[in-house]
Design a protein around this ligand. Sequence first.
Ligand SMILES: NCc1[nH]cc(CCC(=O)O)c1CC(=O)O
Length: 334
Amino acid sequence: MGNSRDRGGRGAGRPSPRSEPSSEWSSALSTADRGPLRLGTRKSLMAMTQSRLVADALTERTGHAVELVGVTTEGDVSKALLAQIGGTGVFVNALRDTLLAGEVDFAVHSLKDLPTGPAEGIALAATPVRDDPRDALCGPCKLADLPRGARVGTGSPRRVAQLRAMRPDLDVVAIRGNADTRLRKVADGELDAVVLAHAGLRRIGRLDAVAEVFDPDQMLPAPGQGALALECATGRDDLRALLGTVDDPMTRACVTAERTVLAVLEGGCSAPVGTYAAEVEEELHLTATVAAFDGSRQIRLSASGHPDDAERLGRDLAHRLLAQGADQLMGERD
Ligand SMILES: NCc1[nH]cc(CCC(=O)O)c1CC(=O)O
């Protein structure tokens, strides 16, 4: 597939700089005994930052050194291709290929970029504690203070629909590109504001650009937004316990509920579906919305249940959304 891989970072080709003997983990780990764990990551600043955080957390908990291996994905190479193939999975497939080829031990993804369907030979090994899942408005002022007809950029139908529902007068403009590119359009005056994920802005050190963080009551985030996913090949039982040291079960329950809603609604990352699950008094509280692209109508429902029933909670809520006409709102489906 023409992926290029850069052996970067510390430890490449040298003896492992493992700080502790870490007998507990290394005894079970065939590959890591021979050197640092190889972490496959996209090469963007956001991806490298979040991968470095995961690497450091793993090293702290297990004593294993972790080496970042940058992989170029189709989504990074071609914006045209991204539009053409619709986005689903483009950032993910190249990383999964390197896992299956045994070129890296595990990969770190933004969880919201993962397609909801299972991937053959790939296991979700850990979901670390989630960062802030909310969306943020980046511009000169809060949404309510933007002038009538202000130009607000976003690439996501979910954000478009919810923005239009709050401010039907705005000129919502479709944009692509990484967060830095989008922020530059505001700085250059091409746009009045853009909407981006708070978690991503934090990771690239651009929280200074945030004018307002949307409460989930105003704008429900994308399923899995703000969370990370560690994947490894299904055969790597030696790795599962080690990677599991950075897993957060409540994050996993929340994103399971959110992504099940999306899966049942058969929406990809381009569907106008917003969700938010969180722990409330030891229960999992899930809210989901499906919104018409023009913002004219929204269906929004909530449910609570035990975190162990996250999948059922998501499935039941999705079926209630469908019973209220969600698929009409999502577009022309027969
Ligand atoms: N689709 C790109 C993408 N994938 C993950 C994030 C943000 C960070 C996250 O949700 O973990 C972003 C950028 C954005 O939506 O602003």
